[in-house]
Design a protein around this ligand. Sequence first.
Ligand code: NAD
Length: 244
Amino acid sequence: MGDFDGLVAVVTGGASGIGAAIAARLADDGARVAVLDLAASTDTRHLSVRADVSDDASVREAIERVVDEFGRLDVVVNNAGIGAQGTVADNDDAEWTRVFDINVIGMARVSRAALPHLRESPAAAIVNTASIAATAGLPQRALYSASKGAVLALTQAMAADHIREGIRVNCVNPGTADTPWVGRLLDSASDPEAERAALEARQPHGRLVSADEVADAVAYLASPRAGSTTGVALAVDGGMQALR
Ligand code: NAD
């Protein structure tokens, strides 16, 4: 018996990295999973729906397609997100708007489209992928950190709004995780191997977080086992938040 037997989950950004690990973990635990992503999911167990979380019509169509296909919706994992580097002076208005549109409003859009269906579920849960950047004050990450801080605030506000409807809302705060995103950042360095070693050395536990470790945390928060847990941010960061 899996925690998600009979349940249906949507994972945004589930075609790569952390989202792909989450989608796989929920499917392993019995969920029927729909991946909403700009890219196609390569995991043939999932319903792969091309969707852009920055486009409201695309999101609404995707959620309706999932409910048409599976007949219900119980779990939403708002994981799609993009990065941004630099100080507050380095990104112009267009870049601030673009990142917030995907990282913050994207999560609100998907939640808004899903809420009528979640209200029908006896096991409704939303889990948002925030970041250690929501709480840690990382250098050269002003825009990204602001967007993830907003995800944390959105999580807490939604938890308060929807607990009486039986819908729990939590988030995970991953530290630097070993995903294609971080791979791309390392590849752009002059010495990727040295850069990776330096990055690992900066983590309290001396290595990057694995996508599967984040997926385990998301699966717990999304499952009925966390039935009394809402409005929390679960750090998956090797101790970065606690030790800073
Ligand atoms: P990734 O780039 O490997 O995967 C992100 C996925 O999101 C991709 O499949 C991409 O196509 C999809 N996506 C991007 N924009 C989209 C849009 N507008 N609509 C639909 N899908 C879209 O990244 P990742 O490292 O797996 O990151 C996933 C999440 O985890 C992000 O929210 C990120 O901020 C967060 N996070 C990552 C790290 C890390 O170190 N990798 C740390 C903390 C938090």
